[in-house]
Design a protein around this ligand. Structure first.
Ligand SMILES: C[S@@+](CC[C@H](N)C(=O)[O-])C[C@H]1O[C@@H](n2cnc3c(N)ncnc32)[C@H](O)[C@@H]1O
Length: 217
């Protein structure tokens, strides 16, 4: 999977993608993130990419640098690829939708991170295939919602999560009827006044599986 990210702040992604599981996955070429600084596509002497909104408070990312950046990615790839725009207002994500995006998105796609209030609506009308919200609240950082989406998506690429069973048995998985995971324990068997449930110490696989199902939340 190759994800092209258009942003004013590539540094935020460099930092987020440089640690832990995601870094290991990138290092093993399980997926790639290509970062593009939006300002590099501005014709303005000061590399500005925003302008005042018509009849609305705040600044808006202009259509021209965004269109140029998307077209330049199309040119490099050799054809059009899906374009995603993160926004509080549209398709609200959940685990099932993440799985559908993982199945339906081509192996290569673009995510636009704007800045300020919004991006020019004509970019959404002309280029955007999927508008995705990570929750019904408003974030300040566009990069943050993009990181959340990428993180939830790339877990599904084989070998990003080494233990495939843990992926199948995560909260909201199909196997668990989209419910939340059962409680988990480790040693010691007794901590303060609470002990590990006897069934988990019994070694009886069938009963443990039943216990897990009964304790989904
Ligand atoms: C300050 S918000 C703009 C909010 C916009 N004026 C509105 O009222 O919906 C800046 C950007 O952060 C991103 N963002 C904020 N909240 C988000 C959410 N819940 N899901 C996805 N992206 C979000 C979007 O890209 C958004 O356009």
């Amino acid at each position: 999977m190759k994800i092209h990210i258009i942003t004013i702040f590539p540094e935020i992604f460099e930092s987020y993608l440089s640690f832990s599981i995601l870094w290991r996955a990138i290092d093993k070429w399980l997926f790639q993130c290509e970062l593009y600084k939006l300002n590099d596509f501005s014709d303005d002497n000061f590399k500005r990419v925003d302008d005042k909104a018509y009849w609305m408070h705040g600044q808006v990312i202009s259509a021209i640098p965004l269109a140029k950046s998307i077209e330049s990615i199309y040119d490099n790839v050799g054809h059009k690829i899906p374009v995603i725009y993160m926004t509080p207002s549209w398709d609200l994500l959940n685990q099932e939708k993440i799985e559908k995006y993982y199945e339906s998105l081509d192996n290569e796609f673009i995510i636009i991170c704007g800045h300020y209030e919004w991006i020019d609506q004509r970019i959404i009308d002309i280029y955007v295939d999927y508008s995705i919200s990570i929750g019904e609240y408003v974030l300040t950082s566009w990069e943050l919602s993009t990181c959340v989406f990428i993180d939830a998506l790339v877990r599904h690429i084989p070998w990003v999560i080494w233990n495939i069973k843990s992926l199948e048995e995560d909260s909201f998985s199909e196997k668990f009827d989209r419910k939340k995971e059962y409680p988990v324990y480790t040693r010691p068997e007794i901590f303060m006044w609470k002990s590990v449930p006897n069934i988990l110490l019994s070694g009886n696989h069938k009963e443990i599986e039943n216990w897990k199902k009964e304790n989904l939340r």
